[in-house]
Write a protein that binds this ligand. Structure first.
Ligand code: HPA
Ligand code: ZN
Length: 346
């Protein structure tokens, strides 16, 4: 690896903000800011159990994953029309482009919406149109990944896949999210096998709160290409070796981990340990409206708290391109952009 000289903390923060990056772990429903939740509630005549934006924001105090999910699903209840899904995704993509995100792979949770009577067409068409328009506006590329909710049954996941298949050209892959503990990857072995036959990319949340065995089964049973979170892998030396050897990316979300108390403090985060062990770790925002910041805030705060260096910053941006599902030409264009920026900082 090339030698990269350290730079002063303020310059490092500038570099982190300026560097081109891909965001690979963002739940679009988790980008709904309280202001937009209230605007959509007003537009759609949905009553919210909070008096105003401040009262809603004050409820964002979480003790674990489930305490967050309860409020996250409640926030999504204001999404009813295609335009709502469009506005949400368009708002996120503008915000991401401002953080120099050049490519985003965006999770969406259709079951959260179809269970309330919203049509699959409404969800996918709104999100997809936002991705197309964002690329025209700012050049950012964006693709959708359909996530199955793991607290629901595999049968429900199969029904969701069926409903989505008429739109198969509008999403590139499938994922697995929601309550991890008690819902191991094996529960979804058949639906992931079907998605593999259909040619979809596959990712899964594993090892956020769950044990290393969930990461092993996401790899061996679901045959995923990336692990979302995955930070619990450090408990298992053999697993660490495998992730490094096979270059299986981890989409790490430091502020999410802090807010959901996966680590007591940001300073205790194991991102540096993952990178130093040669893992293809990346930095992402997960649910930025709920966890206190978009991708650049994740970078800047994590580097300030843990003392990571310019060498780590460069590795994280490179990893984000490698881990993405972009084609080789786009990846190499991103790497050139990054190298040009690095030269200006050396
Ligand atoms: N974990 C699991 N499910 C989720 C998350 C997460 O961090 N965010 C939104 N759904
Ligand atoms: Zn997530």
């Amino acid at each position: 690896m090339q030698h990269i000289k350290p730079i002063a903390p303020e310059r490092l923060a500038d570099f982190l903000r300026a560097m081109p990056k891909a965001e690979l772990h963002i739940h679009i429903e988790g980008s709904l800011e309280p202001e937009l939740i209230f605007a959509l509630a007003g537009r759609n005549g949905v009553a919210l159990p909070y008096a105003d934006v401040e009262a809603l924001r004050a409820a964002y105090a979480f003790s674990n994953l489930q305490s967050f999910l309860d409020i996250y699903y409640a926030g999504a209840s204001v999404l009813l029309k295609e335009q709502d899904f469009y506005d949400m995704a368009r708002t996120y993509l503008r915000r991401a482009a401002a953080d120099n995100v050049v490519h985003a792979e965006i999770f969406f949770d259709p079951q959260t919406h179809t269970a309330r009577g919203v049509a699959m067409d409404t969800v996918i068409n709104g999100l997809h149109r936002a991705c197309v328009d964002a690329q025209t506006e700012s050049g950012i590329s964006a693709a959708l990944i359909l996530c199955f909710l793991r607290h629901l049954s595999e049968e429900d996941a199969f029904a969701t896949l069926e409903q989505a298949l008429p739109h198969r050209d509008k999403f590139i892959g499938v994922g697995l999210d929601s309550s991890e503990l008690g819902h191991p990857p094996e529960k979804f072995s058949r639906v992931f096998a079907r998605c593999r036959e259909l040619g979809f990319h596959r990712v899964a949340h594993a090892g956020e709160e769950g044990p290393p065995s969930y990461i092993w089964s996401a790899l061996d049973v679901l045959q995923v290409e990336r692990i979302d979170h995955g930070v619990q892998c450090v408990q298992d030396a053999l697993l660490m070796q495998r992730l490094a050897r096979e270059r299986i990316p981890l989409t790490v979300c430091p502020l999410s981990n802090q807010k959901l108390r996966v680590f007591p403090n940001l300073a205790d985060h194991n991102l540096g340990r993952l990178l130093d062990a040669g893992l293809v770790a990346t930095v992402n925002s997960d649910d930025p409206a709920y966890f206190g910041g978009y991708i650049n805030t994740n970078f800047v705060q994590t580097f300030a708290a843990t003392g990571l260096t310019l060498q780590h910053a460069y590795a994280l941006a490179r990893n984000s391109f490698e881990a993405s599902f972009c084609g080789p030409d786009r990846k190499s264009g991103f790497r050139d952009q990054l190298d040009q920026l690095l030269e200006a900082y050396q």
